[in-house]
Design a protein around this ligand. Structure first.
Ligand code: NAD
Length: 235
């Protein structure tokens, strides 16, 4: 599970452990070592944009037995701002982490899946539609969607299913950080996060449960699918 130190990735790692999997968390935040220890996962310090570190993390997770599941969750979502203010290096960084590194993670993981397996990419509802001031992020997540389709077609014959989840707003450290300016200006963040048809504040575990479905035998005939988990906000 990349980016498993916090937020959605941490919840996914916990659910996978509960289901009996042996889990490795790869994250650039060294605090991930504590998150991993708390649930009985292995931790590898890794910046997924560094191909050597990524390859090492995947090989460590695979050990001598290989991998069955890979969760490409790590991603960044700094505020993009209006298009006129978005610099090239900002766009490059967004695409480097959210697209190129996820692509590399699939390449490395698939090489360690001799029995076939299941890969889940973390997309976003931002990659399915538009939105003001999030264009670079939206573009990166749209690329995750098309990459999911293409890798599902290519890796299916090797017994590897590739799916994505498109979460709506989920209450994570990353989202709290991003919404801080709104909170300071008096906006009720809790209400904001729960502003969807089912009226629930999206929690990391809502996404983890969907991941559990996708990697299980229940989803044996599901590949190339983008599962929207957003409380109906894009319905
Ligand atoms: P978060 O910021 O709370 O946690 C992300 C984790 O990824 C952190 O532990 C961070 O250290 C790690 N990470 C970031 N860059 C990394 C890198 N280069 N190498 C290794 N680890 C790295 O984020 P989150 O809210 O849990 O989001 C997880 C994923 O879900 C992201 O891909 C995000 O785009 C996606 N997503 C989140 C939401 C949401 O509302 N929270 C909605 C849609 C999609």
């Amino acid at each position: 599970v990349t980016g498993g130190a916090h937020g959605i990735g941490a919840a996914i790692a916990a659910r996978l452990i509960e289901a009996g999997a042996t889990v490795t968390i790869a994250d650039l935040d060294p605090r991930g070592a504590d998150s991993a220890a708390a649930i009985g996962a292995q931790f590898v310090a890794c910046d997924i944009t560094d191909t050597e570190q990524l390859a090492n993390a995947v090989a460590t997770a695979a050990g001598s037995e290989g991998l069955d599941i890979s969760i490409n969750n790590a991603g960044i979502f700094p505020t993009t701002g209006p298009v006129a203010s978005v610099a090239d290096d900002f766009v490059s960084r967004m695409l480097d982490v959210n697209v190129r590194a996820q692509f590399s993670a699939t390449r490395e993981a698939a090489a360690h899946m001799p029995r076939g397996g299941s890969i889940v990419n973390m997309a976003s509802i931002a990659g399915l539609g538009g939105g003001a001031n999030i264009s670079a992020y939206a573009a990166s997540k749209a690329a995750v969607v098309s990459m999911t389709h293409a890798h599902a077609i290519e890796l299916g014959p090797s017994g590897i299913r590739v799916n994505a989840i498109a979460p709506g707003i989920i209450d994570t450290p990353g989202v709290q950080e991003q919404l801080e300016p709104l909170r300071s200006s008096g906006v009720d963040i809790g209400k904001r996060i729960a502003a969807n048809p089912v009226g629930l504040a999206g929690q990391p575990d809502h996404i983890a449960r969907a991941v559990l479905f996708l990697v299980s035998g229940l989803a044996a005939f599901v590949s190339g699918h983008v599962l929207v988990v957003d409380g109906g906000s894009t319905a």
